[in-house]
Design a protein around this ligand. Sequence first.
Ligand code: ATP
Ligand code: MG
Length: 745
Amino acid sequence: LSSQKAAILSSLNDAQRRAVTSDAPTVAILAGPGSGKTHTLTSRVVWLVDHVGIRPEDVIVATFTVKAAREMKERIGKALGNGREKKIVLGNFHSIARRYLAAYGRHIGLNQKFGIADDADSRAIIKRICNRKPVQPDPAAVRAWISKKKAKGTEVDKKNARKDAAKNKGLQDLEECYQEYQSHLEKSNLLDFDDLLVKCVELLQKFPSCVSNIQTVLIDEYQDTNGIQYELMKLFAQRHKRITIVGDPDQSIYGWRSAEVKNLWRFLADFRATAEISLEENYRSFRSILDLSLLVIQQDKNRYKKMLKPIHNRGPRPVLRKLKSASAEGDWIVSEIKRVMMMSGGMLTNNDVAVLLRSASLSRHIESALGKAGVAYKMIGGFKFYDRVEIKVIIDYLRVIYQPENNDALGRIMNVPKRGIGEGTIQKLHEEARQASISVWALLSKHSRGERTAKTRIAAPMEQKIVTTLLRPLDIIRKKIGESAGPGGTPFGLVEVIEQLLSSIEFQKHMQLTYPDDHEQRWANVQELVSLAADFVRDLAQSGEDDILPEIEGLEQAKETEVLPRFLANVSLAADAQTGDKDEESKPVVTISTIHAAKGLEWPIVFVPAVYNGSIPHLRAEDNDEERRLLYVAMTRAQNLLYLSCPVFCSDGKEDGPPSRNQLSPFIEPINRAFANKGPCLDRPVMSEIAKVLGRKLPSEDDIFRELPTMFSIEDNIFPVDPEQKQTDSTNEAPRAAKRPRLSG
Ligand code: ATP
Ligand code: MG
């Protein structure tokens, strides 16, 4: 054990070691980017399990993105061994809350078969409610208000609200919308993202024994917790009150989700005995990257100041490049990627590159530039695979299979594929079901059994069609699922469910008819969904998370045996998960990500395109300081090379008249002279500095040069290199230096 102990501690500096081994019940680590906060947190988990002897299942670790959770689990797993990390309750707040609700929710009267209403669902429901109002309120504003109300973590004081409402008509409308929205969710047995947290708080308040085994709670990216997450954290830790939090106020970027840096000061006030530890060395980036990032964040005069000094050398200066248009920007990024790859002689690969975007809509130009040049990429965050039309339909079908009472989902699939059923008919069905206080599905089943009444509003043939093409096929699938779960049942797994579904509704034919131009791509997406489902099933089998929560005496726990609901939850909660990562090992790919989803991660080479006013800060952003922090987060992801760029002309609205000009982001404008305006020289000394930071081996110069002919094709317009020429070069020592491609881009 002692050598193991030494291994945990050897990769830490003094302050980190103090944090990892601290006996204090509450520990707070506040420090800047790249100072090893996450590294320290994962080491502390390993320390607590391995050295202090806490059982892994008695540890809760919360973080904010799916990707960060996955990386943490991997790191902890490597150190612990024996797959013990699988027992740790590790994930983002929502997925942890969902797990507890699935296990114990019925004790607070939750229907065990609850589904999750994701953002799009919530939006649609609220829109419908607003449309019914005489004075139609703005659905987006209503939604924001409702979400804020829930996320604050304070019980609604109905009396007060009513008093306020009397004074304020607008508030009354909001209250009404809120009530209707909530009752709609309840009827459909859905929880929205906020409800997952609210309900979990309720559960843990009423049944503290659910978490009576929990010895310690650790939270990464603490600066982004909101009020309700704060309550949840305290409830998780209510028995032993041992909490470790790790965060950086400068990286608080979820204010729009009601995250409050205030919770940081609240923590320190609530837990007086907290050991506060600061980490002051940045292990991630070259000094020049850190210097410029600090120049950005220091424009915020009200920030909580911390020390952060680089341990690495200066390295090349970050680049700020203006380009004519967004598509020129994309091409420039591709050419830089290629140049860097070439000069590194294989030490760096596309896996080392990330393009970080303020908003998902910026990805189009980047994707097309990479696509044109044949550079493979993957996307994380914001670009929801699950938002594609054809995928949403299948997910809605699966939701109905799982929860036939989900009227919203049923309404959306009623005429997809086309069944000749109009919006009017769907409305009538909804209305009739509402009056009968049953679900649309139940209503249709009733009618199909011949129980039509005088009040029945839609024509029998129409209804018959819905029954034969929708209800029956789905019922068959539901039955098969039920049978396979019973003893001695024939296996009918998730993949089979989807495949049978696709064939029974003739989905491929529907694609061909509806999307003659790109049905192949869309069908490929559907196939991707099938393979994601297969992966999900496999991962589940491997992780054996079926009974992850330990038995609590006197409190019955529901075991999650059904795969479908867990898959659906995963779809809803993994909005920031990546797609297309299966080739990761075989083929290096560039990462395209939103800045939000890149939080906590790092790459040797980072591009931040579109740094113009209106993009960052975003046109519709309410809080400029938060936008600045967002840029700071983006810049501090880079280890070795950082590129900012800005298209001079707007590419949209180009029809007539002169194109409008973009202004450089006000966060960058005052310091723009500190940047280089073209890609850095990437000579041998620079490359070996990079190798040092990354702990990699730089290939010999001869090897690099031999690689060149294979790395470039003739039509490469960036470095037109004549293959003949190069061959002579590589056999001729002397003139090589002179004939080498330009070193700066
Ligand atoms: P962020 O605020 O961006 O989340 P962080 O503070 O969590 O950053 P980490 O991601 O934990 O920082 O660490 C940044 C990098 O520094 C990682 O590659 C990590 O392995 C490395 N690192 C951390 N501590 C040390 C150390 N003591 N010695 C060497 N490398 C370290
Ligand atoms: Mg971190």
